[in-house]
Design a protein around this ligand. Structure first.
Ligand code: ARG
Length: 575
């Protein structure tokens, strides 16, 4: 149950009964109210509207508020309303959390959501930049699914276009030299670099490469076969990365750019029939009033090039058309680099004009910033190449292994390997997710792998600490099922309230896909637990109190685990 939303609605009702209808209550988890309980501060705005003293209005609201879940209500400051929850009510919610897989999170009214994420360009290896779209998009997919929506993962990989000319020409060249292609393709990045260098420096090769593009797009069987071999290799590589990163994308989720090839002429015909296309230097474009260039001239949205080829926008238009017509998507979220803002706004605007998007379709760009090095510079290798994602994962796991070796040398080898994997991968993903999505962020190994602060290792460790309480006492959490929850100590109450806030946290994340809201919640939850643990002895307490505290501990562990799982981060029982 989303308590915050519930209180909000009740206070709004009370405000409305005083003549201030339509005024938001703005109930928040209050910072300074005892035990992190709630505060409503909408009275100020409403009072202004009614031209009465905020304090008087607050008084009337409070007198009209008669809720079983509240122990007491008081007016604070000029007209804030502090809401203190009834401990038995908190206990009831916690029971509800414990009794279901959903942890008291209500099912949303289901809609069909396409999540467009990861989408690497298959011509080369995935690089560190792909960590963003891949981790953030996957967390959104997990969360929306958990909330009860129908999620369609769409991996719009780039597998078509000019760069494949060089790659295919190079494949043929190597084969002619008697080289084993499958070996040459094991390092896609090297392969791509070699082919691009030839394209830049060798006229004959470049001419050849251009011909390969035309042949490929014309359906030449030899070129298609080479292309398929290359794509297959590249997809295998991506899937290996996804698996290692605990990303839920499968091969079935790939809907490549090339899969829209047959629809591209249809898109052009439909846009022509609607008189949306304008010929400009032989190319076909859409001009919309909303898009004006820096020079004051209208900005074209290019749909077909003068040589007949189709640009990026064309396959994206076909994808929107497919997503609304075939997939019946109510919503689509594009987790794409902020630098593609213009592309996506043109895409949505043209789609609306063309009728591919109606007023009911909520298609939006969820942008993110770039990953920077500690010195604030873009993340590149010394020779200016992209840093391979594979290498980043290797380094994360190897650094995590050193940490684990130092922290717990008693763990056996297999367990240590597993912990290193979970901690290393968790750390790099959490570093992505815990930042505000829209800003650039600095990739710093030491911060993300620290056991202190808002990091994955900290949360994973907090989880194992709770589990170890149960191990030490040799108690199975399931045996606590009939125990009573007693919330009497301030920190018991505080932890209880914090736990109960999972549903409202998840709903808040889903509003704008800022996973950092969930990260902050988990970080605060772990911190509250630690304070509770220090202040309230568990195993030394008398039986009833002990069991109640064990219940709180178990709920905390489950909530941490579920929260991390929704972020795509695993836990281990011991580390
Ligand atoms: N492949 C593109 C790139 O690497 C990203 C695709 C994003 N999705 C989309 N529907 N345009 O930049």
């Amino acid at each position: 149950m989303n308590i915050r939303k519930y209180l909000d609605a009740e206070i709004e009702k009370a405000l409305a009964s005083q003549g201030a209808s339509g005024c938001p209550a703005i109930t928040k988890q209050a910072q300074r109210v005892e035990f992190g309980q709630y505060q409503a501060n909408g009275v100020m705005g409403a009072a202004k509207k009614l031209k009465i003293k905020p304090h008087d209005l607050a008084r009337q609201v409070v007198d009209n508020l008669n809720l079983d879940c509240l122990q007491r209500v008081e007016i604070a400051g000029p007209g804030f309303i502090n809401l203190h929850l009834e401990p038995t009510f908190i206990a009831e919610r916690l029971r509800a959390m414990r009794s279901s897989e959903r942890l008291d999170v209500e099912r949303a009214e289901s809609k069909t959501v396409v999540i467009d994420y990861s989408a690497p360009n298959l011509a080369k290896e995935m690089h560190i930049g792909h960590l963003r779209s891949t981790s953030i998009g996957d967390a959104a997919a997990r969360l929306l699914e958990f909330l009860g929506h129908t999620v369609i993962r769409a991996n719009h990989v780039g597998d078509w276009g000019a760069q494949f000319g060089s790659l295919l020409a190079y494949m043929d060249q190597l084969a002619a030299q008697g080289e084993e292609l499958s070996t040459a393709l094991t390092d896609l990045e090297k392969f791509y670099m070699a082919a691009s260098a030839l394209f830049r420096n060798d006229e004959t090769f470049a001419k050849n490469a251009r011909e390969y593009v035309v042949r490929l797009q014309g359906g030449d069987p030899h070129c298609l076969a080479l292309w398929e071999q290359f794509i297959e290799e590249s997809i295998t590589h991506c899937q290996a990365v996804y698996e290692r990163l605990n990303i839920t994308l499968t091969r079935e989720d790939i809907k490549a750019e090339s899969s829209y090839n047959d629809d591209l002429p249809k898109v052009v015909n439909e846009l022509t029939d609607m008189s949306l296309l304008v010929e400009s230097d032989g190319a076909k474009c859409v001009f919309l009033d909303a898009f004006i260039g820096k020079d004051g001239n209208p900005l074209p949205a290019l749909v077909q090039k003068s040589d007949g080829g189709y640009p990026y926008l064309a396959s994206d238009l076909a994808a929107v058309r497919y997503r609304t017509r075939e997939l019946k998507a109510d919503q689509a979220l594009y987790f794409v680099d902020a630098r593609q803002k213009l592309h996506l706004s043109q895409l949505f605007a043209v789609s609306r004009e063309a009728g591919y998007l109606s007023a009911e379709n909520d298609f939006k760009h969820c942008p993110f910033g770039v990953i920077l090095k500690k010195d604030g510079k873009p993340f590149k290798t010394r020779d200016g190449a992209d840093v391979k994602l594979r290498d980043v994962i290797e380094e994360a796991v190897s650094r995590a292994r050193d940490l684990v070796n130092a922290k717990n040398p008693e763990l056996d080898d297999a367990a240590r390997g597993r912990v290193a994997e979970v901690v290393g991968v968790g750390a790099i993903k959490y570093a992505e997710l815990s930042k505000n999505r829209t800003t650039d962020y600095i990739f710093d190994w030491d911060t993300m792998l620290s056991f202190e602060g808002n990091t994955a290792p900290y949360l994973q460790y907090a989880y194992t600490r709770i589990r170890s309480i149960f191990r030490r006492a040799d108690i199975k959490p399931d045996t606590l099922h009939n125990s009573r929850l007693l919330l009497t100590e301030p920190l018991e109450l505080e932890l209880g309230v914090k736990l109960m806030q999972l549903p409202e946290t998840l709903e808040a994340v889903a509003e704008d896909f800022q996973a950092n809201i969930l990260c902050n919640y988990l970080f605060e939850l772990a911190g509250t637990f630690m304070s509770f643990y220090e202040a309230c002895p568990i195993l030394k307490a008398e039986e009833g109190v002990r069991d109640s505290r064990l219940l709180l501990s178990d709920l905390t562990a489950n909530t941490l685990k579920k929260g991390l799982d929704l972020l795509g981060i695993e836990v281990v029982e011991q580390m």
